[in-house]
Design a protein around this ligand. Structure first.
Ligand SMILES: [Zn+2]
Ligand SMILES: [Zn+2]
Length: 369
């Protein structure tokens, strides 16, 4: 980030953390958590221990980090290196990101620009000759709806298949996805291997035909729509009508077990929830802290009580609407606070601080000094 851009973002963040510290969700057992942060001009600092909200306030207002992280794990000694921390437990986290959903709209709002000067380009930069290209995705409501649908499906699986209804909190990540945190004492004690199994289950990955009633010897008892878990979901969403059931039964008797197994494998991405499995199985990760600003967008990670009605481009906008003079190269228009911005072809414009910060964080605009 150029110095004037970095100092503008820093001013916005400082004001937000000063005026809206109440937006930050303090973790339970705060002294047992590991904290970390990253500033615009430096690498990651982690293995920090903070004892209370006063410690955090000092960190936010003095270091003014671009990103703030906290562990989902509790440790006896959070400031020690990982092998010496003494892990106690870690609440379960699922990460859903629009970029992993292979959506058709992605190319239409993905912007390629020169890494060095920000000039919009898809090959070597015509302006400065630099070869590095940076790709950024600009606000897209259909991406967010699709990610929200995945989160909704995850909530159904947690409730219906695993009986987890209490302590489930959904957050908008601040950029293009959702984080689902499960505050459940029993699940928090699961080890990494059990979390891999759980992530596979949610993603419908590695589902054995036997679990769907198809055995190697060919005898098949296909699941009924009224059954619970994946059996019922498979019956409702794949087998469908009576005709669909008998067609599948015929296919199994002619094609055999292996053909059915391949078919089931091919359904993973359509049926399962597209979570990032690496996030769920990692019990030592530090994770974006609820209420803090996402440095990739200038929007905040905020709780999301109703996925159907949630508009991140309103609810997660936390910077002011003071006009800021920028030079913007953003070939895709976007909406924030129900206002439309862009497209901008290397133009000098005055826009509210929240929209300026959004474009600056994405490398699509520079503050004019
Ligand atoms: Zn360039
Ligand atoms: Zn999209």
């Amino acid at each position: 980030m150029r110095p004037p851009d970095a100092s503008f973002i820093r001013r916005c963040m400082k004001r937000y953390y000063f005026e809206r510290f109440d937006m930050i969700e303090l973790p339970s057992d705060m002294p047992k958590r590991e904290f970390g942060f990253r500033r615009a001009d430096s690498g990651m600092v982690r293995h920090l221990q903070l004892h209370d909200s006063a410690d955090l306030r000092v960190l936010l207002l003095q270091a003014v980090p671009l990103e703030v992280y906290v562990s989902n794990a509790r440790y006896l000694l959070p400031s020690q290196p990982i092998p010496e921390k003494v892990w106690e437990d870690a609440h379960l986290i699922f990460d859903i990101d629009a970029k992993d959903l292979d959506l058709e709209c992605r190319p239409s709002h993905t912007v390629a620009s020169c890494e060095r000067c920000g000039h919009g380009t898809s090959g070597p930069c015509e302006r400065c000759g630099h070869r590095g290209i940076r790709k950024t995705s600009v606000a897209c409501p259909s991406c967010m709806r699709a990610a929200g649908d995945q989160a909704d499906r995850l909530l159904d699986i947690l409730a219906d298949d695993l009986g987890v209804r209490e302590g489930v909190r959904v957050y908008f990540s601040g950029n293009e996805g959702f984080h689902v945190h499960v505050h459940d004492e029993q699940l928090a004690r699961l080890g990494a291997a059990e979390r891999v199994e759980l992530a596979d289950y949610v993603a419908f990955r590695g589902m054995l035909p036997e679990r769907l009633g198809v055995a190697r010897d060919g005898a098949s008892s296909l699941p009924r729509p009224s059954e619970g878990g994946w059996r019922g979901r498979f019956a409702r969403e794949v087998l469908g009508s009576k005709a669909g059931r008998s067609r599948t039964a015929r296919e199994i008797s002619s094609g055999g077990y292996d053909a059915f197994a391949r078919r089931v494998e091919g359904m993973t991405s359509g049926l399962g929830v597209r979570i990032d499995p690496g996030v769920t199985m990692d019990v030592h990760r530090i994770f974006r802290m609820p209420g803090t600003v996402n440095g990739k967008s200038g929007m905040a990670k905020v709780p999301c009580a109703d996925l159907k009605r949630f508009d991140p481009y309103v609810s997660a906008v936390v910077f002011s609407d003071e006009p800021v003079h920028i030079r913007a190269s953003c070939p895709v228009s976007f909406r924030m606070m129900k206002r439309r911005f862009g497209p901008y072809a290397n133009e000098y414009v005055r826009v509210p601080a929240y929209a300026a910060a959004y474009m600056v964080c994405k490398g699509l605009a520079h503050v004019v000094e």
